[in-house]
Design a protein around this ligand. Structure first.
Ligand code: SAM
Length: 286
């Protein structure tokens, strides 16, 4: 079959099946072959790889993945897309479709059964309304993952790779950078999709660390500290920690830890590096 990245072919399929785009599922299908080539290259998909695709849509990216990977599993929530996918992917015997909500899928089990528990690659043009829960879910569930190469809203890509002292720096930057090394592969304008989204997009690759370079004694405490300090971004870190309901550290304990770290007691969380958050977490975890 002719590639769906050809806009004419996408229109033909949409019309043939009288498919209605569902805004609530974040359905914006890619119609640019150059962008798809870039994604496959950045994800470094080879015939050794098991790839998990989230939201195949009508199968545009799936066609590229099937040609390059050993095996592809694509999880799609919209049952109206199933007959279309059966048609557009009929030439490939290495693709399976799972009609499920990705947030409810046991990906660890899939990796175990289909890839002998070895790290899988995740490649997707994500539904933007659930980008953060998808990515954090993949990291926090400790599923074996090699890398996640995904299309996201441009602002989200900026936040994932931001460093301290910038406006985009926040809880998402720190959470992502704890688990992975981010790299923005390309910016992608709205005219590469059908229908066109109202926001700009970017492809980002998150290469998961085999072991996080950040050493903490209490991972949960680290993430609570990050949340506490960005919940009240304009407050000092000390006040953020004091006001966070999950904590009962005294002002003195926090002041002492900050002093040991050699940073000002009035510092704001947004000025702290990930390493400093880890240091603070380790000092308070006593
Ligand atoms: N991969 C296709 C492409 O690039 O043209 C479609 C990408 S579109 C941005 C997002 C896809 O994710 C849609 O097909 C949508 O139905 C699907 N989707 C939305 N929410 C989902 C969920 N919770 N679980 C699985 N798939 C979902």
């Amino acid at each position: 079959m002719e590639k769906l990245s050809n806009p004419q072919k996408t229109i033909e399929v949409i019309q043939k099946y009288q498919f209605d785009f569902q805004k609530k599922f974040g359905q914006n299908f890619l119609i640019d072959g150059r962008v798809l080539d870039k994604i496959i290259e950045a994800a470094n998909v080879t015939k050794d790889d098991f790839v998990l695709e989230i939201g195949p849509g009508i199968g545009t990216m799936t066609q590229y993945l099937a040609e390059n990977a050993r095996e592809v599993m694509a999880v799609e929530i919209d049952k109206n897309l199933l007959p279309i996918l059966a048609d557009t992917l009929s030439a490939y015997d290495n693709v399976s479709i799972l009609n499920e909500d990705i947030l409810k899928v046991d990906i660890g089990k899939i990796a175990k059964e289909r890839n002998n528990g070895k790290p899988i690659k995740v490649v997707a043009n994500l539904p933007y309304y659930i980008t953060t829960p998808i990515i954090m879910g993949l990291f926090e569930s400790h599923v074996p993952i090699d890398s996640i190469t995904v299309m996201v809203q441009k602002e989200v890509a900026d936040r994932m790779q931001a460093g301290p002292g910038t406006k985009d720096y926040g809880a998402l930057s720190l959470a992502v950078q704890y688990y992975a090394q981010p790299y923005v592969v390309a910016n992608v304008p709205p005219n590469c999709f059908m229908p066109r989204p109202r926001v700009g997009s970017a492809v980002i690759r998150l290469t998961k660390y085999k072991e996080s370079p950040i050493k903490v004694t209490n991972e949960k405490l680290l993430f609570q500290l990050i949340r506490a300090s960005f919940n009240q971004r304009r407050k000092t870190l000390q006040n953020g920690i004091k006001n966070y309901s999950g904590f009962n550290f005294s002002r003195e304990e926090v002041a002492k830890a900050l002093e040991e770290m050699g940073v000002s007691p009035t510092i704001r969380g947004e000025a702290l590096t990930l390493e400093q958050f880890a240091q603070l977490s380790n000092l308070l975890d006593r």
